[in-house]
Design a protein around this ligand. Structure first.
Ligand code: MG
Length: 381
């Protein structure tokens, strides 16, 4: 079997899909994307495709090595995400060729269902409470919310109090048997993270995500040891080498994105590395159906898996949603806050190719907002 073509599709709301075709008619799908830089990843995919076309798709590890390390320059969001999507597509082809789900090729399932969390929004307290109640009624046992909005370099007492009050309210609505995670989005300074996390500890969030920016692992240990709140991080890290300093600093949860961190192959290795530090895997995934399907395959086969993110109904999905691109949305129907294991071959999701081709005609040019402080200086979004 040989790869005969690689196509890419820029689809709303902000995604990029790839389709890898073989001479035996087996087709694999992947999702190589960096949100806000999709066109750059698309160009990188087509550079890697120059090598892939003509190759045997089943030599996944060898292709991974060539795509990751064969170009001299390596790593970073664009190259690692192009690699990630193509890696997903190769695993999809392997599964379809062998008639097995990817989790079977990874050693077989270690669980029967995968816990997922839902995003909740709402800036005013009544909105937040309603939003959480809605998720509970839909069966979810865990939610995640932004911890903070735009943050001044050193937050005021009012800002800090607002952060604590939001979490306190969420805990009150959820009760002691459900979980809430808070995402700082790298908006706080290390000094503020060390002030705020101990104040959140009494409400026992499941984890605090990106309390500081991921490019300062030298500050991370101080943040981790400032409180008992488990620290999570990793949506902006791209390889096992990137994760090592964060693990050494004591993060409790690693959050590689299957579409950024070298795909299924590298995420598996990151999870194994995390086991050495007693850290759990909670893949980042505010993306489309292929990234989510790939995440679930890894979740079913990974012992130290904690919980999965998904983008169904997320605030980013304006104009299109994950289910618009799948033939059978049942694959992503969550029962009691969990995704059930399925045994369809490959990634286990059938992509609606006609819908994808139509959406690519529309395309998108999604960019994240640029935030500024009151004095006009750039603020972290
Ligand atoms: Mg995040």
């Amino acid at each position: 079997m040989k790869i005969v073509g690689v196509e890419t599709f820029l689809v709303p709301p902000r995604w990029l899909f790839c389709r890898v075709e073989t001479d035996e008619g087996v087709v694999g799908w992947g999702e190589p994307v960096v949100e806000g830089r999709a066109e750059a990843v698309r160009a990188a995919v087509h550079i890697l495709a120059e090598y892939l076309v003509g190759q045997d798709p089943l030599r996944i590890e060898d292709h991974w090595q060539v795509m990751a390390n064969g170009g001299f320059y390596r790593g970073g969001p664009v190259l690692s995400s192009a690699l990630a999507g193509l890696d997903q597509a190769l695993w999809d082809i392997a599964g379809k060729t062998y008639g097995a789900p990817v989790h079977a090729l990874l050693g077989g399932p270690v669980r029967d269902r995968v816990r997922v969390y839902a995003w909740v929004g709402g800036d005013d307290p009544a909105e937040l409470a309603d939003s959480i109640t809605e998720r509970i009624e839909a069966g979810f046992t865990a939610v995640k919310m932004n911890a903070v909005g735009r943050m001044a370099p050193l937050a005021t007492v009012a800002d800090v109090t607002a952060v604590v009050d939001r979490l306190a309210l969420a805990r009150e609505v959820l009760g002691p048997t459900r979980d809430v995670a808070v995402d700082f989005h790298g908006r706080a300074s290390a000094a503020d993270a060390r002030r705020i996390l101990p104040l959140l500890a009494p409400y026992q969030p499941m984890f605090a995500e990106e309390p500081i920016l991921p490019d300062r692992p030298h500050m991370l240990r101080d943040v981790v040891t400032a409180s008992s709140v488990p620290v999570a991080l990793g949506e902006r890290l791209y390889s096992r080498w990137d994760f090592r300093p964060a693990l050494e600093a004591g993060v409790a949860v690693v959050q590689p994105d299957l579409s950024h961190a070298g795909g299924i192959s590298e995420t598996r290795r990151i999870a194994a590395l995390a086991e050495v530090w007693d850290a759990e895997l909670a893949p980042h995934c505010p993306l489309g159906p292929i990234a989510l399907a790939a995440s679930l395959q890894v979740a079913f086969a990974t012992p130290n898996f904690l919980i999965q993110e998904h983008s169904i109904g997320i605030h980013y999905n304006e104009g299109a949603d994950l289910l618009d691109y799948v033939i059978d949305p049942e694959v992503f129907r969550f029962v009691d806050g969990h995704a059930a294991r399925r045994d369809a071959p490959g990634l286990g999701v059938e992509i609606d190719e006609a819908a994808v081709r139509r959406a690519d005609q529309v395309g998108h040019a999604w960019r994240n907002p640029i935030w500024r402080h009151d004095d006009g200086g750039l603020a972290e979004w």
